[in-house]
Design a protein around this ligand. Sequence first.
Ligand code: SIN
Length: 307
Amino acid sequence: MSCNLTVEIAGVSFKNPIFVASGTFGYGLETQELTDSSSLGAVITKSITRHPREGNPPPRIVETPSGMINSIGLANMGVERYIDTVIPRIDEIGTAVITNIAGFSIDDYLYVMEKLEACKAPICGYEINISCPNVEAGRMEFAVDPELTGRLTESLREVTKKLLIIKLSPNVTGIASIALAAEQAGADAVSAINTVFGMSIDTQSRSPYVQTNVGGLSGPAVRPVGIACVYKISRKVNIPIIGIGGITSANDAVEYILAGASVVQVGTANYKNADTARSMIDELELYLAENGIENLSELTGGVIPNE
Ligand code: SIN
């Protein structure tokens, strides 16, 4: 039985629903020797900001039980250099590229997007990071406020016809309301979730392992949080949801899809093995064949909730 893994989001077609998450796959060019990125559904770049950023002082990553805390602080080359050095090589990635943008004000986000639109970057869309927990200036300002999320989304919508995805934070009381604000302001999709606030302390030195004390927890430890967020969002919005958080196997991806995700992103698992996402595609196809499912879309939101 042949299964159809293609997915469409707002008119953009992806060869399969397995994407790689921002911040875990560089700019899409660094992993060439480690995996075949051309077989992935899409590559989401590291967050790009208006100016280059060194990020937070080290140490900025620590392993935790079933997860990892990061406090990178949006280290990146800045939009000018991204346009000069990565954009001309984007074809080498061999699949759809979505550029992730971060900022500290609406102007910052607009600046980066306008630059990319002006150079006609051959990317299929943007993921807007409103949910980085690791920067002081404007910390989570957009992610926690539906009105600000709406204003930002609306401003960006005016600048691009490309795919516009808003990446949400789990560190809020009502993630579904933030998703709804993004939908009403013109977002094509939402991604959920970014990292969960986390802290881990060295009991000998009594110092937290990451320099900023608190960071963002990712990996299998957060998977149930991500799935619950996707489920809640799917009850409130009609736009596609991109599920993220602790996905390490096709079975994990199917959990997210049943909860309401149309596609998923593999993140922290890439640090262990950059080939994880690619290897999940065959596994997913097998799951569909074994369960007699011809089209992946039949699974989206297919959870049967308990009465
Ligand atoms: C970081 O750069 O600190 C992580 C990015 C994010 O969590 O959005």
